[in-house]
Design a protein around this ligand. Sequence first.
Ligand code: FES
Length: 61
Amino acid sequence: MYVCNCNGIREREVRAAIDAGAQRPADVFRACDAKPRCARCVCEMREMISEQGEALRYAAE
Ligand code: FES
């Protein structure tokens, strides 16, 4: 499933970028060698970053 239609960035690529340390959508774009265009995907990227961070915090408890 695509998260960013403008750049063809898939969900698994966003997750890989987050696993590699992306903390902001800009980091995800950089990791995918892409640039934001319409920015409609930014909210979803933020949610994925937040969810993954919460999962890590939960796992660490
Ligand atoms: S959907 Fe990602 S920049 Fe447009």
